[in-house]
Every structure is written in C-alpha cells, then in structure tokens.
Design a binder for this molecule. Structure first.
Ligand code: FVH
Length: 297
C-alpha cells in the first residue's frame, strides 16, 4: 500500500444521497474534490463546502487520478462515462453504483478498453454511515487500483478487497442485501400482524421482536457450517422440515384472516413443502439451502 494518495485529489461523479456523502467525507478529510452531477444544483451545494464543480463528466474525470462514480444504475454509469471515455486513460475508476456481477464485468472490460484501472464496489452502508464506524465497502477488480488508493477508500469505512473478478463485490453486495430484505420483510409482516398504532408496533418490537430475531440469528452460523460441509445430519435436527411445513400453513391462514397479505411469506412455505415432498422432511432448516441453487458452480 502506498501513502501517495493520503490526501490526493478525487473526482466524484453523481451527487445523489450517496455521492454527496462520499464527496463530503473526502472534503472533510482534506482531499481536493472535483464533482459533477447531471443536475448541476446538487454540485453547486457542494461548492460551498470546498468542492470544485466541473462542467462535464470529461472535465471532472480529467481532473484527478482517482474517479469515483455513484449514480442510480449501470445505465446511468454508461450515460455519465461515455462522454468522458477519452479522459479515462491512466486513471483508477471506482464504480460504487449498485449492479449485477455481469454488469460489473462488462463495465470493467469497457473501462479497461479505454485505459482505466477498474474497481467495482458495493457499499454496505446508508449515506449517514459513510465515514463512520459500521460502514463497510466491498471492492473487486484491479488490485493495483485498490492498493494505490486504499487509504482514500478507507475514508468511507472499512475497505474490503475481495477478488480480481470485478463481479465479486456486486455478488457479495447482493447476497447481503438479500439477507437484509428477508429480515426487513419478515419484520414488517410481523408488525402488520400485530396491528401497528397506539404504540403497539414499538412495544412489540422492543420487547419481543428484536430479542426473538437475535435469538434466531444465532442459528445462522450453523446453517453455514452444514452448507459448507454437506453434513445435514437428520439425527441432530431439532426442528424438522415436515413439522415446519405443517406449522407454516398457519402463518398464511392467520395472516389472511387478520387482513395481512401473506405475499412475503408464501415463497418460504413453497420451499418447505418442496423440501418435505423431496424427502428432506427429517432434516433441519439448512437443508433448504440445497434446494435454492439451480446450478452448481
Ligand atoms: N442510499 C442508500 O441507502 C444506498 C446505500 C448503498 C448503495 N446505494 C447505491 O448507491 C447508488 C446511488 O444511490 P443514491 O442514494 O445516491 O441515489 P439517489 O439519491 O436517488 O441519486 C441518484 C443519482 O444518480 C444520478 N442519475 C440518475 N440517472 C442518471 C443518468 N441517466 N445520468 C446521470 N446521472 C444519473 C442522479 O442525478 P440527478 O437526478 O441528481 O441529476 C443522482 O446523482 C445507487 O446505485 C444505489 O443503489 C445507495
């Protein structure tokens, strides 16, 4: 790792909630920051905090050796970067836009074709967390770009380099977001069942829901161990899947009766029924994981 970039100049393309948080964090750490945003007013707001506003993505890209892009999606990435392609040669391009591994691979090939070192990234944080404990950003792609700019990237939070395959960071990002949405969906369904209002949701959440989720979370490392080893020992099952499939029907029935749409719950019920039908009824929850992968790596 070099220290050459300790307070080096950085370009930030895209100043939505996240891009603004990234640029502010760099400014606060003393980096010269050049910004560009499709809607210029958002960039002007940062000028008051010391950023230099570029008129075009190309001018912004040409300004610094490290260029960070964080916009809505990869279509917006291309719309932003294509006019700047001529300025990319010799720069490190770090794309923190949410996307798929395939999109990351295509963008890496495109950026490399224009002479840039490409790093893809997944931000495991919301904007107020940037620059504070608890924020982790995943990176994959050019190891050289990561090593050169690691200290700058650490301004945002823990900087974890995963692999030279640019698709690795978006894959892990999407895996973590999948777990988050499962958790959020389950919590929202539970609160809807209790019937929010008059403080019921707040009381239910603090006294019962959070302790329950924390207790159940303790099972997840064992899921991972069994999936890693393939050791689904039925004799060790404490909550067999046939029993769970039978009980799960009550969740759907009671939700409908309570006027709560069970759309978030149905897929797990289908998986439990399938597991029982395919002979996994005497196994425990981790065996469900074997039914999810439609093709092996
Ligand atoms: N905010 C969050 O909680 C999450 C945390 C994890 C990472 N995500 C991803 O970060 C990307 C940016 O998200 P954001 O929160 O900054 O999003 P917005 O505040 O909605 O800002 C969107 C920016 O994208 C620009 N933009 C949209 N379309 C285009 C386009 N065709 N060409 C150029 N720029 C475009 C938009 O510009 P403007 O509307 O101000 O002109 C904003 O700068 C995202 O991938 C998250 O999934 C955030």
């Amino acid at each position: 790792r070099t220290s050459a970039d300790a307070a080096g100049g950085v370009t930030v393309l895209g100043l939505g909630a996240m891009g603004t948080a990234l640029a502010r964090t760099l400014l606060a750490a003393g980096h010269p920051v050049t910004v560009w945003n499709r809607t210029r007013a958002r960039a002007e707001a940062l000028a008051a905090e010391g950023a230099t506003v570029a008129d075009t993505p190309e001018a912004a890209t040409a300004a610094n050796p490290l260029v960070i892009v964080c916009v809505l999606d990869y279509a917006a990435v291309r719309q932003t970067l294509e006019p700047a392609a001529a300025a990319l040669a010799g720069r490190a391009l770090v794309n923190l836009t949410n996307g798929t591994p395939a999109q990351a691979g295509e963008t890496a090939a495109w950026a490399n074709g224009h002479g840039a070192d490409y790093l893809d990234g997944g931000i495991m944080a919301i904007p107020p967390m940037i620059g504070h404990p608890g924020a982790t950003l995943l990176y994959s792609g050019s190891r050289a770009a990561f090593d050169t700019h690691q200290r700058t990237l650490e301004r945002f939070g823990v900087a974890a380099y995963l692999d030279k395959d640019p698709g690795a960071a978006p894959l892990y990002d999407i895996a973590l977001l999948s777990a988050m949405y499962g958790l959020f969906g389950g919590a929202l369904h539970a609160i809807a069942l209790v019937g929010p209002g008059e403080g019921r949701a707040t009381e239910f959440t603090s006294t019962l829901l959070l302790p329950w989720l924390q207790a159940m979370m303790a099972s997840v490392p064992e899921f991972a161990r069994q999936l890693d080893t393939g050791d689904f020992d039925s004799r060790a099952a404490t909550s067999n899947l046939a029993m769970q499939a039978a009980a799960y029907a009550n969740l759907l029935d009671a939700s409908e009766t309570a006027g709560v749409d069970p759309l978030l719950l149905r897929p797990m019920g289908e998986l439990l029924r399938r597991a029982a039908a395919e002979g996994h009824g005497d196994r425990d929850v981790p065996a469900l994981g074997t039914l999810l992968r439609t093709e092996r790596r």
